[in-house]
Design a binder for this molecule. Structure first.
Ligand code: GLP
Length: 249
């Protein structure tokens, strides 16, 4: 069973998750953090930046590994995940960018880049704590629903529903890249500790499927039911169906 922690609001959710990360970094300053993009973790990054600004936390010794990147977008593109991470976190804290890693969306050969990234994760000794959001269809990173759990970092064609969901960040859906490089489910699962965050009513059904449905690659996040240290942190809206089914403390 995945542990579920439900908070009243998005603000409370971000405070709780940021404290888990702060504890990890305080206890092991050279932790390897697995980081995620999307709108969900933005508040966590703000909390961490504030802790650093107030001198309560330092990220100077951590290393970071992001889950994924769009194929075709570089650091200067404001829709790339590298740009997002620089603006939401790295430029606001005391970390040298050389310690931060995101797959290179502009690599000539995306498959070779995926293999390089998988090697990089291994050479860094794996991820100590992995932050995840969740797509409306249950994707984590960009591991879309399919007939098997992809093990390693790979290139993937985005589903129409993900392209439509992510179009809100672009001028229109035709601008959304159709391919991405993402850590595999195996890469993600190897993290020692996993925190999956969700907020808002749109995530209620997929959270129920993730926590209490069958473990199936059709709901990629459902694999977390089998992880020894995975916790779902959600706000009241995202946790509404979990609560209805008695799955929240
Ligand atoms: C993207 C990312 C995922 C993220 C998802 C949900 O597809 N690749 O890592 O979890 O969006 O985004 P949001 O947090 O905006 O709902």
């Amino acid at each position: 069973m995945i542990k579920v922690i439900c908070t009243d609001s998005y603000e409370a959710l971000c405070k709780q998750v940021s404290r888990v990360f702060a504890a990890q970094i305080t206890l092991k300053p050279n932790s390897t953090l697995g980081l995620a993009t999307g709108s969900t973790p933005i508040g966590v990054y703000s909390e961490l930046a504030q802790m650093v600004a107030e001198g309560r936390l330092s990220l100077s010794q951590v290393q970071t590994l992001n889950l994924d990147e769009y194929v075709g977008l570089g650091a200067e593109d404001d829709q790339s995940y590298r740009y997002f991470m620089n603006h939401q976190l790295f430029d606001r804290v005391d970390i040298d960018k050389s310690r931060t890693h995101v797959p290179n969306g502009l690599a000539q050969d995306p498959q070779a880049e995926a293999a390089r990234y998988e090697q990089l994760v291994a050479s860094m000794g794996g991820v100590d704590i992995q932050l995840l959001g969740i797509g409306n269809n249950g994707h984590i990173g960009f591991n879309e629903p399919c007939d098997h759990f992809p093990m390693q970092t790979h290139t993937v064609a985005l589903t129409e529903s993900t392209i439509q969901a992510n179009a809100r960040f672009f001028a229109d859906a035709s601008q959304v890249p159709t391919q991405a490089i993402t850590m595999g489910i195996g890469t993600i699962f190897a993290a020692k500790k996993i925190i999956l965050m969700a907020n808002g009513p749109k995530k209620a059904q997929i959270l129920l499927d993730t926590v209490a449905g069958p473990v199936t690659p059709q709901v990629p996040a459902s694999i977390l039911q089998l992880h020894p240290d995975a916790t779902v942190y959600c706000d009241a809206e995202a946790g509404a169906l979990l609560r209805q089914h008695g799955l929240v403390d």
